[in-house]
Design a protein around this ligand. Sequence first.
Ligand SMILES: [Zn+2]
Ligand SMILES: [Zn+2]
Length: 131
Amino acid sequence: MKDTALQVQRSTRQKTAIIEYLRSVKTHPSAETVYLALKKKMPRLSLGTVYRNLDAYAQEGKSLTFEVKGQQRFDGDVSPHSHFACEECGGVQDLWFALPLPKVKKHLSHGASVKSIDVLIKGQCDMCNTK
Ligand SMILES: [Zn+2]
Ligand SMILES: [Zn+2]
């Protein structure tokens, strides 16, 4: 019994640490980056736990997720914005604009409804371009 209570406590602590870390960074980290950053403070944390929690947060709408260079990336900032991803270094920049909903609707078939808009622009960042 005591063991289970301890485990629940630990997993709640890990969950909180994962979302707090995600909200504190602007790097749009992968699960692996989150894992490596938290592992120092939480040696019992596993990569699987990080994946599971990040995935659950995305499904609950508490984080954004998209793929860059075949890797799933996460964003703790769910306010409407777009992303620019560098296909060379994998760097992600926030773009503070979103497609205007009335314009999007004009292109949709009549009666369709919009739940969310994710814009991911891919290219090469300034640093990779000047290499
Ligand atoms: Zn780059
Ligand atoms: Zn973002």
